[in-house]
Design a binder for this molecule. Structure first.
Ligand code: CP
Ligand code: NVA
Length: 301
């Protein structure tokens, strides 16, 4: 066991660690059902979720069990956290009982505080700022189908200021690909964030120009969890940023279309484009499981 590891963001992840997890995911995928390693044997993990989840929840629950560990799902609303017990107290209690924690919530600072006070490996399972586990699965899926992502062109279309887009932004410099963000001005990331990230990242309001020759077209929901009050304004402003046949035509022939799910047909992607790319999109969802194992194995090593 080396120093305590966490996966709290892509921003603060080391490129070598990202590379290791992506490579290891391929092994976990190949060896599913006959894993020679059980890195979580004898361990109990807690999942503290303050937002809905299908993929992240199921992939971690199954992944932890298949790595020899046991897992408890704690809905934040049903533990004392939901009645106002401070994060730092919850963290110090859980840190004395379980071996690792996975947290989905609103504020990035809350996951960081949990990691600091719990003293156990902590994984960000989505905050308002980042979704690092998702982006690792996306990178793995791209490379599984198309080879190294280095120097390829990724175009993110839609709410380019959301958590998933932000994790893509921080991945670009670390893994050396070009990232284009197509969004209305109000849904583009802050210049300060782009400066922090570095790398080849460009923002535009022109989705078609951004898609030109792209190797990957990527989108996410227009109304992220917690933004429901802004739904009407978001649907109006983002309407021109749908991934559809006209947009796909601008990309490189054979370009991948990916979506982190859940998908809202007729909004960020149309039904025909979604179904035409369903095999990639559901492989991307499946890969969450293989990548979660890689993250867990890395974090306890
Ligand atoms: N993509 C993703 O994180 O899905 P869930 O919200 O269902 O976990
Ligand atoms: N940006 C979305 C991702 C869902 C997996 C949200 O935060 O709701």
């Amino acid at each position: 066991m080396t120093d305590m590891k966490h996966l709290l963001s892509i921003e603060h992840a080391a490129p070598a660690d990202l590379r290791q997890m992506i490579a290891d995911a391929a092994t976990w995928k190949r060896e599913r059902g006959r894993h020679p390693r059980q890195p979580l044997a004898g361990q109990s993990w807690a999942m503290i979720f303050n937002k809905a989840s299908t993929r992240t929840r199921v992939s971690f629950e199954v992944g932890i069990r298949e790595l020899g560990g046991s897992v408890m799902f704690l809905s934040a609303a049903e533990i004392q956290l939901g009645r106002g017990e401070p994060i730092k107290d919850t963290a110090r209690v859980l840190g004395r009982m379980v071996h690792g924690a996975i947290m989905r919530t609103y504020r990035q600072a809350d996951v960081e505080e949990f990691a600091r006070f719990s003293g156990i490996p902590t994984i960000n399972a989505l905050t308002d700022d980042e979704h690092p586990c998702q982006i690792l699965a996306d990178l793995f899926t791209f490379e599984e189908r198309r080879g190294p992502i280095q120097d390829r062109v990724v175009t993110f279309v839609g709410d380019a200021a959301c958590n998933v887009a932000t994790s893509w932004i921080f991945a670009a410099a670390k893994l050396g690909f070009e990232l284009r963000l197509a969004a209305p001005r109000a849904f583009q990331p802050a210049p300060e964030l782009l400066a922090r990230a570095g790398g080849r990242v460009r923002c535009t309001e022109d989705a078609h120009a951004a898609a030109d020759g792209a190797d990957l077209l990527y989108t996410d929901v227009w109304v992220s969890m917690g933004k429901e009050a802004e739904a009407a304004e978001r649907l109006r402003a983002l309407a021109p940023y749908q991934v559809n046949a006209a947009l796909v035509k601008r990309a490189r022939p054979g370009a991948l279309v990916m979506h982190c799910l859940p998908a809202y047909r007729g909004k960020e992607i149309d039904e025909a484009t979604f179904e035409a790319n369903a095999d990639t999109i559901f492989t991307q969802a499946e890969n969450r499981l293989h990548v979660q194992k890689a993250i867990l194995a890395w974090i306890v090593s």
